[in-house]
Structures are given as structure tokens and as C-alpha cells.
Design a protein around this ligand. Structure first.
Ligand code: OOG
Ligand code: MG
Length: 255
């Protein structure tokens, strides 16, 4: 088997140059620990280039996403500042291989959150919540991968857009939402799709990041996961999420 660092370099270069790579573990030799080690090493390369860590993204926290991608374990990835697309601005399509977008809810923390915490403990660490979009862009050909492969590829993370931060006092257990492309509704869902309550995604993020030795920090963002299946995006489109009570977030796809 090639070394962890070789795979990390392969995937980091693919993300940086927006080129696809062939799957390398279709026979399932890679353990999940190895896969997360590849992810950590590939993000380390970004950090060495000056991008700093800003949080965590959760994946496969809704049935809709599990069914769409054919995988059912909750996964997580690392967010860096370079992945953030300012709300209302444009994301350059040439930065991506074959991007998709999905509606999410984001948390920002006011204090660290680590290990096995309860829902109320997690909520007490939340500074604010916001409607959000994630741009996912698997580096694998045809957006096809096994569980270790997608983990190694930082859970397909590529970009994220965050709307207006709102009070976490708002009951966000079951907020209706739509994903819109050029003003047309393309997906309808609810925040309840995320493990029954989005807070459970934050609880899982606290546990998994602590296990990896990188506990959630004050000021970090946690993306709770796609509430609906993801949609392909194309140059020229305007993509937005509308969330009950929390408002909207959107971006342009620049050709
Ligand atoms: C993997 C990432 C999953 C989510 O929100 O469930 C994810 C993928 O679908 O390519 O980001
Ligand atoms: Mg996602």
C-alpha cells in the first residue's frame, strides 16, 4: 500500500488543481484510521500554505444524503478559512472538479466543546446558528467513492457559505428549508432530517474531533450536514437556501 503521505499529497494536489483522481481503495484495504490520517495530512498541507482551521463539517447525518451516496456512517472533515465563500458573492467554478451544493445549518461556538457531551451542554456552547450551504466536490472520478476514500478526501469538502448568524434560542429542531437554483425550488427539507435534531450532529462533532485529538474550539464553525440530497451546480447560476425563521444564504457560480 502506498504511504499515508502519498495519498494526502495526491488528494491535496487534486483539490488545489481541480483535477479528478481514480479511486484507490475499491478493495477496502484502507482502515478508517488510515483514512482519517490521510485527511489530517492533506489538511496539514493547506495549513502549511497559510490556511487556518476554522472548524468541522459533518457528513451523512441525514438519510437523504446516506441514500444519495450509498454510505451510512457519520463522517467528519476539517474546514479551513480558504474554503469559505462570503455570502452573496461568487464562487469560481474553475476551482472545482464537479461541484454539488446542499443546504445545511451551521453553528459557531462561544466556548470549546470536547468529548461526550449532552445536547443541553452542546447548546450552551453555541454562540449562534445560521442557514448555510455546503459546496461539495469529490476529487474522485464520477463522484464515486468508498467510505475510507471519502474520509481521506476530507469528506468532499470544498466550500461553504454562511448566512446571517441568529440566536441559538430559536428552536431549530425542525425548521423547514428549501434549496433554490436561479429562484426555482430544487429540494425541500427540514433541519429535523439531521439525526432527528441538528444538535445531535454537533454532539457527534464534539466526540469525533476530541477522539482525533483536535477538540472543537471557541470561534469554530460546525456544519451539521446536508438536510437534502445535493444538487449539481453550473456556471452562471445563483444558488440559495431559505430556512424558516433563520433567513437565507446564497452565492453566484462564476463561469
Ligand atoms: C460526502 C460528504 C457528505 C453531508 O453533508 O452529508 C456531506 C459527499 O456526499 O460527497 O457533506
Ligand atoms: Mg455537507
Amino acid at each position: 500500500m502506498r504511504k499515508i503521505l502519498d495519498y494526502a499529497t495526491l488528494l491535496d494536489d487534486a483539490a488545489r488543481n481541480a483535477n479528478e483522481v481514480a479511486q484507490f481503495d475499491t478493495e477496502g484495504r484502507l482502515s478508517l484510521d488510515d483514512a482519517y490520517a490521510i485527511q489530517a495530512a492533506s489538511i496539514q498541507r493547506r495549513v502549511m500554505r497559510g490556511e487556518h482551521r476554522v472548524g468541522v463539517k459533518m457528513g451523512f447525518t441525514s438519510r437523504a444524503k446516506m441514500i444519495q451516496m450509498g454510505l451510512s456512517d457519520v463522517i467528519w472533515g476539517r474546514l479551513t478559512a480558504g474554503m469559505q465563500v462570503e455570502e452573496g458573492t461568487a464562487a469560481d467554478f474553475s476551482r472545482f472538479v464537479h461541484p454539488r451544493v446542499e443546504p445545511e445549518i451551521a453553528f459557531v461556538l462561544k466556548r470549546p466543546l470536547s468529548g461526550n457531551v449532552t445536547g443541553p451542554e452542546a447548546l450552551a456552547a453555541v454562540e449562534a446558528i445560521a442557514p448555510a450551504l455546503e459546496i461539495i466536490d469529490s476529487r474522485y472520478k464520477d463522484f464515486k467513492f468508498t467510505l475510507p476514500e471519502v474520509i481521506a478526501d476530507n469528506a468532499s469538502s470544498s466550500g461553504f457559505v454562511i448566512g446571517q448568524w441568529c440566536s441559538p434560542q430559536i428552536d431549530f429542531a425542525n425548521l423547514g428549508l428549501t434549496l433554490n437554483i436561479d429562484g426555482r425550488v430544487v429540494q425541500v427539507g427540514s433541519t429535523a432530517a439531521l439525526l432527528g435534531h441538528p444538535l445531535r450532529s454537533l454532539v457527534a462533532a464534539a466526540r469525533l474531533s476530541a477522539l482525533a485529538g483536535e477538540p472543537l474550539q471557541a470561534g469554530w464553525i460546525v456544519m451539521a450536514g446536508g438536510a437534502t440530497p445535493a444538487e449539481w451546480i453550473k456556471p452562471g447560476q445563483y444558488v440559495s437556501v431559505d430556512m424558516e425563521r433563520l433567513g437565507s444564504a446564497g452565492f453566484h457560480v462564476k463561469g
